[in-house]
Write a protein that binds this ligand. Structure first.
Ligand SMILES: Cc1ncc(C[n+]2csc(CCOP(=O)(O)OP(=O)(O)O)c2C)c(N)n1
Length: 515
């Protein structure tokens, strides 16, 4: 086997199944190796941001990494915004980046750039393979690091891809997690039992089914509150799981939620801070909270920590164990012309059991999370890093990770324009994704932010920077042009009919909603 084949063979034997790829000349040995190494399914994306966003969606659902295959520094650069979102989501991803042959780099050919320097900005692990004899070890190390919720980037010069691997066994990744220390769990238990008003803020794997069930046992034992970070990477919902309020986006609302607590325990969550620094507003919400602590340190297993913490606390009775609000109903559907509020209620009613909801609906879906608390069990994914253009690629990767599950992509129009090539991959792979395209034809959130900034007399030119209406994007044509059947609706009745039809048919669909 050559270096490229060994890298795939190592990945396949570690359980990696998919590679989201947009290769070039420096990756030709990797392209050829798709023919010869069984077990890695290549998925072509027509822009690198689609590949990296798809790897993010895949990793969030599967919990194990996909590969990406990208072309030198410029190819990687095109994928960085969605790698940034993935880093914030703590998604496992292994990037494979080709480079010029080692003997040619000094000539500074046109595509040369500092790939490692770029990779360092979002990777938890990065390496340039220095010899073919080390590529299996490098790949296993990259996978192990990624499995712990990091992005790992392996840069492989072209001559090393082509060189023959000396005979010998392939390397395998080890366990990415360490166990949390007993003392630390005991300290968290002491905080929870001291009778002060306490909240646990959950993120990452704490929002998985197992994490939430353990957190629910803790809540029932001591009566603390459970809160989700503002932008959860992947949250299980419904089916008697606890219903978590989310930290609000605007700082005054987030402060109001968090200021009542004496103690805050962070379960795989960063300290909550304001999304932007607004003059005169608080930037860090726990500054005046008397006690706050991290439940785990870097590299520790949060699910294990929550389960062990629950084990330290008295067990609640059977009656106390039911989650408050679980199984509560949905608001009534409202008919007539579509509004963001009516559309959110309609989706919450119609989404099938076990759906994956990818929410990049921006202002149009602000009501969705609260109303969908009463929906059938589902998985909920949001924009963790604020770099827009994540929704359609992420939905693509999620559908590849779980082909048996329906994916609903709640997508605002401005953000959709960044990575709309994802629709082509959805059509090519015949993925069961329904995109609900919120066509308000503006950057509505930026209009809100302009108002909040309180500038006196925002003029026409500034306002025009938030307007997408001239010309209006024809989403039906765009979608059909990329191979995804589409319709446009402007009433709740139209949406209900189109969504039911899309969910009943195989393959991707897009429904443009005039909002
Ligand atoms: C990569 C990136 N570029 C630009 C921005 C700035 N930005 C944030 S929201 C937004 C517009 C969102 O508009 P849309 O998706 O239509 O949603 P709406 O606000 O209308 O609900 C922009 C340009 C960003 N967050 N990320």
């Amino acid at each position: 086997m050559n270096g490229a084949e060994v890298i795939y063979a190592t990945a396949a034997s570690a359980g990696i199944e998919v590679c989201f790829a947009n290769p070039g000349t420096t990756e030709m040995p990797f392209v050829k190796a798709f023919d010869d190494i069984k077990g890695i399914r290549p998925v072509l994306g027509l822009f690198e941001g689609v590949c990296t966003g798809a790897a993010d969606g895949y990793g969030r659902i599967k919990g194990t990494p996909a590969l990406t295959l990208l072309h030198l520094g410029p190819g990687l650069a095109n994928g960085v915004a969605n790698l940034h979102n993935a880093r914030r989501a703590r998604t496992p991803i292994v990037n494979i980046i080709g480079d010029h042959p080692t003997w040619h780099v000094a000539a500074d050919p046109p595509l040369t750039m500092d790939i490692e320097g770029l990779a360092r900005t979002f990777s938890g692990w990065e390496r340039i393979s220095g010899a073919v004899s080390g590529v299996s070890k490098d790949t296993a190390a990259a996978i192990q690091s990624a499995m712990g919720g990091r992005i790992a980037t392996l840069i492989v010069p072209h001559d090393i891809q082509l060189s023959a691997f000396p005979a010998g066994p392939l390397s395998a990744p080890g366990n990415p997690y360490t166990s949390p220390e007993d003392d630390h769990i005991a300290l968290a238990a002491k905080c929870l039992l001291d009778g002060r008003k306490t909240a646990i803020i959950l993120d990452g794997r704490a929002l998985s089914r197992k994490g939430l069930l353990a957190a629910s046992r803790i809540r029932q034992a001591v009566g603390c509150d459970l809160i989700s970070v503002a932008f959860p990477a992947c949250m299980e919902r419904g089916d008697n799981l606890p219903i978590l309020p989310r930290i609000p986006y605007y700082p005054e609302n987030a402060s109001a939620l968090l200021c009542v607590y004496d103690t805050v325990i962070l379960a795989d969550a960063h300290e909550p801070v304001s999304f932007f620094g607004y003059p005169g507003q608080k930037g860090r919400f726990l500054d005046e909270t008397p006690t706050h602590m991290n439940l785990i340190s870097e590299g520790q297993d949060v699910v294990e920590a929550l389960e062990r913490l629950a084990g330290h606390l008295p067990r609640a009775s059977e009656k106390e164990r039911r989650e408050p609000g679980a199984g509560s109903g949905l608001p009534d559907m409202r008919s007539g012309m579509l509004t963001p509020g009516k559309f959110c209620v309609a989706v919450a009613h119609l989404q099938p059991e076990n759906a994956i909801i990818v929410d990049e609906g921006t202002t149009s879906t602000s009501a969705y999370y609260a109303v969908a608390a009463g929906s059938k069990p589902h998985t909920y994914i949001t924009l963790t890093g604020g770099a827009i253009g994540m929704g359609m690629p992420c939905a693509t990767g999620a559908a590849i990770a779980a082909p048996e599950r329906p994916v609903i992509s709640l997508q605002s129009d401005g953000s959709a324009m960044y990575t709309l090539q994802a629709l082509w991959t959805q059509a090519r792979e015949r993925l069961n994704i329904t995109t609900l395209l919120c066509a308000n034809r503006k950057y509505r959130i930026l209009q809100q932010e302009l108002k909040r900034a309180g500038y006196p007399g925002v003029g026409e030119i500034a306002q025009s920077m938030t307007d997408l209406g001239s010309p209006p994007v024809d989403w039906v044509k765009v979608s059909e042009g990329l191979g995804v059947p589409a319709v446009s609706v402007n009433t709740t009745e139209g949406l209900v009919e189109a969504l039911n039809r899309a969910l009943a048919e195989e393959g991707p669909h897009l429904i443009e909603m005039e909002l």
